[in-house]
Structure formats: C-alpha cells, structure tokens
Design a protein around this ligand. Structure first.
Ligand code: CP
Length: 335
C-alpha cells in the first residue's frame, strides 16, 4: 500500500509516469489502469471548502465506474481531533485514531483536505492532520491539499505545461507571489515548485522580502533541478523573473512572520499591491497558470485572466485526469 501524501515520497520518474498516464486517459486511452477504479469507493474528508478538488475527484471516480462519499468535518460529520494524548473536552467529538480505520473499512481509499492553521510555521510544515490519517488508515490516503503540500494540484500544473508547451524539460517556470485580501497557505506554491523541478524545468520563485517559502521544500526542488541539469533561483525582482518565463505561475501566500497579525498582513499586501499580475507581466509566448479560485483585480487583473495566454480552465480540467491517474496508481493491487 502506498499513500499519495507528499511528493517527497515519489521519485521524479514516478511522477512523470503519472503525468504520462493522465495524458493517455485524457486522450481516451482507457486501458488496465482505469479499470483499477471500477467498483471502488473513495471516501473524501474535507476540513475546508473546495470547488475543483471535490468535483474533479467525484468526476474521475464516476467516469471510470467507481463511487465517492464526501464528508464535511464539523458540518455533516463530527469535528476530528488529531493530537495524541489530549483530553477531548472541546469541539472535537472523535479522534482520527478511530475515524481513519473506520472509514478504511468502508472505502478503498481515503482522501483528505486540511489547510494550514497559519499560526505556527513549524507545525504547518509537519503536516500533522494528514499524517495522522496516513498513520491510522488501513487503505491508501490521498492528499487533497494539506498544510504543507497540494500534490494533486502540482501534478495537474505539470501536465498543463507539458501539453501547452510540448514538453517541460528545459522550460522556464516562474512562480510569482501576488497580493491577496488575507493570508493564505503555501501548499500550492510548494507543490508547483516541486512539480516543476521534478519535470526538469528551470525554476524561479519571485516574492517580496519576508515571503520565503519552506526551506526544506526549496532544497528538495533545487536538488531535483540540479539532477535534471536545470537551474533553481529565488528573486525579489518580479518584473525580471516574468520577462524570462515560458510558464508564469501566479499565487498568493501569507508571510509566516505575520501569522496571527491580520491587520499587519493586510497592510503588507497593500504595500505590494503592484505585484498584481497584469497583461504586461505576460510575455507574448508565455502561458499563465493559477490554481483557482482567484480574486480578480487583487491577485490577477481582468485583462490577464481574460487573455488567451491564460490557461487556468485547462489547468483545472487537468485536475480530473491527473487524479484519475493517481487513483489508478494507489488503487492498483500490483503497485
Ligand atoms: N485548486 C483547488 O484546489 O481548488 P479548490 O480549492 O476549489 O478545490
């Protein structure tokens, strides 16, 4: 049994195989791999809202003859505790130690969404909730975005660049920070950077001072770039980074130094309002990606989102194909 919790647990070669499979599924080549989903049940546990992730997983399961069950923690099911040894006299009526093995008896895989708390950077990096599910489940656990990573999104990002730019090796992939209305987690940029590095792209991350991503993620990405003969850079010069992009990935995230300080975080976003991406940031042959949802005219200007160089809808569609590939991988008895 193998979980899909972190890209750290996979070799770049294995990730590339998943992208290849996703592209074959999208092309209608439904072989033995898709049969792994037939008659199977996916239990999805959401601690946070979703439009794309929930729908694309359900669509992937239905498309290939499977079924899914969706639980919203604290809404249509109990609040769940993940810490060991605590006195459970608060909001949580059930512990993951029971919930994960029980749900494992009903489904063939468990998928979990649990965002970063944005209170303590070390705790967010440790990814405690999804790791508790992985420890106590007896079926594969799939990360539908956790505190530290969004590997399903990263794989769809890779697939999108691959199909739009006819390959990824040697392409210049630029992640640019953008302002927001409130602090957001780093899971998406982490996985975008890891996926781009695993795909052999030259990776640049542009952000203002104080918005550093997790050092362990950057180290792994730099190491994968080096292994592929590609470059890895971090810069505070957004304009210069955008000028050299083949694929421009726009994403907002909060500053760990401002966790617990919403007014200061908002003021910081206002200070860097000119990092909002406009059509001028996008080169003539550059594609622009964003994971969605996106706040128009805060993160990206209308003109850029409505431009043909913007590929966010195709990117969102690719969530379904890459997740079908991931499901095939974790549900296959031979893997
Ligand atoms: N990109 C993404 O994960 O979208 P949702 O939050 O709508 O699932």
């Amino acid at each position: 049994m193998r979980h899909w919790v972190s890209m750290f647990d996979y070799e770049p070669r294995e990730l590339a195989e998943l992208v290849t499979l996703a592209r074959r599924l999208k092309a209608g080549e439904t072989g033995d791999e898709a049969a792994a989903l037939r008659g199977r049940i996916l239990v999805m546990v959401f601690f946070n809202p979703s439009l794309r992730t929930r729908t694309s997983f359900e669509a992937a399961m239905l498309r290939y003859g499977g079924h899914s069950i969706c639980l919203n923690v604290g809404g249509d099911t109990w609040q769940l505790e993940h810490r060991d040894g605590v006195v459970m006299d608060g909001a949580a009526a059930e512990h993951i130690r029971e919930a994960a093995p029980v749900l494992s008896r009903y489904g063939d895989a468990l998928a979990v969404r649990t965002f970063a708390a944005l209170k303590n950077a070390a705790e967010d990096a440790a990814d405690l909730v999804i790791r508790s599910f992985a420890r106590h489940a007896t079926v594969p656990v799939i990360n539908m975005e956790s505190a530290a990573e969004h590997p399903c999104q990263g794989l769809a990002d890779w697939m999108t660049v691959d199909e739009k730019l006819s390959g990824t090796r040697g392409r210049r992939f630029v992640v640019t920070w953008a302002p927001q209305a409130k602090g957001l987690p780093m899971a998406v940029p982490h996985s975008a950077v890891l996926a781009a590095a695993a795909a052999g792209m030259n990776v640049t991350v542009a952000h203002p001072p104080g918005y550093e991503l997790n050092a362990g993620i950057l180290d792994r990405a730099a190491s994968w770039c080096q292994g592929a003969g590609a470059t890895f850079n971090v810069t505070h010069d957004q304009r210069a980074a955008c000028r050299q992009a083949d694929a421009l990935y726009v994403k907002s995230w909060g500053s760990t130094a401002l966790y617990g300080q919403p007014d200061e975080q908002k003021a910081s976003f206002r200070r860097y309002a000119d990092w909002m991406v406009t059509p001028d940031h996008i080169g003539p042959r550059t594609i622009m990606l964003h994971c969605l949802p996106v706040r128009r005219n805060v993160v990206i200007a209308d003109g850029a989102l409505d431009d043909p160089r913007c590929v966010v809808v195709d990117q969102a569609e690719n969530r379904m194909w890459t997740q079908a590939a991931i499901l095939s991988r974790v549900l296959s008895p031979t893997k």
